[in-house]
Ligand binder design. Sequence first.
Ligand code: ZN
Length: 397
Amino acid sequence: MSLIDLFKQEEDEMLKTLISWAEINTYSYNLTGLDQMLTILKKAFGELATSSIEIKELESHQELNYKGELETKELGKALSIKLKSHDKPLQKILLMGHMDTVYPPELGFNKCTRLDSNKLNGPGVADLKGGLVVLLYALKYFQTLEESKRLAIEIFINPDEEIGSTGSQKYFAELAKNNNIALILEPSLEDGSIAFQRSGTGNFQFLIKGKAAHVGRNFDDGVNAIVAASALAVELHELNKLNGLIVNSGKINGGGPLNVVADTCVLGVNIRVETIEHITIAENSIASILEKVETTHKVKVERYGSFNRPPKIPNQDLEVLYKLVEESAQELGLTISRKKTGGCCDGNNLFQLGLPNIDSLGVRGANIHSTNEFMCIDSLNERAALLVTILKKLSHA
Ligand SMILES: [Zn+2]
């Protein structure tokens, strides 16, 4: 029986597991939901032959709220599992995914719906709970094979990927040091193609401080922070004219009563860069734009945030790994093509730390980060078979 047929027999069970996991709200700041998910994952993955299971604490996340005050937000916990292996493994493999989603509970997107015979709509069904189901079932089977003993496998599931892994990143250097290769279960595109080159990204907030004044009595004494923030947004938007840079002002908040000159405004901006050089270009441009806005509008601007995910530009190590994945897909009769994407993930950071990784080995799906998110049900068995085939190849490599 082919591997795909073998996993097809488990499709109903995999789908049931996926629905039950997706219907637990695990928004990155929903600590109750994340805790519940952690317990479930710990039990499910704990049924594999493991040598250690650890719960990892994360540092809290600091963010400027849109009133201009620094707020501390607590984060969930990560799960780290090491599987049993021989003393001298041939390869050390990190298998990684995240349990958090982008949907706050109050959004009301908490249930799964079958769209047709092969499509399931639901929160995180593709990004990334489908991938976690694939990972679990693939490993259950792989551990029955003699080859599994030749690999040292470490699983790391974090609860903060969707907010840039700000709390779990402190573990990445160790993960990169302890492993030779990482396979990450982010969703692939609907046609099965996987991410090849990824942009880098950073989230920024600019706190603009002006001076309040009564509009009727002493308007001229005031310094309007909203006007300065708007000028800043326009100047930053101009950077989109440069190749290799995307700058999006995503949120702005400031002011209060309409008869008062607004003294505070916060502008939130996401920036994407194609190469490392573009980070320098963006940093220099931001610095000169801030200086210009401060001088022209007589405001003070404080900058928060940084480029937290560097671009992932393929190199020779990655090429070798891609070939192995493509060969594995071919053996199963699957076609996989490579795509360049502006999206980013933990694979960007691990790659910068020297760990070659393929980061879209999860289920096929689309419309992620929207309530139209869906996954293709037949990709559960396909991707489990693919992951097992890749691991088998690595155990001989
Ligand atoms: Zn994801």
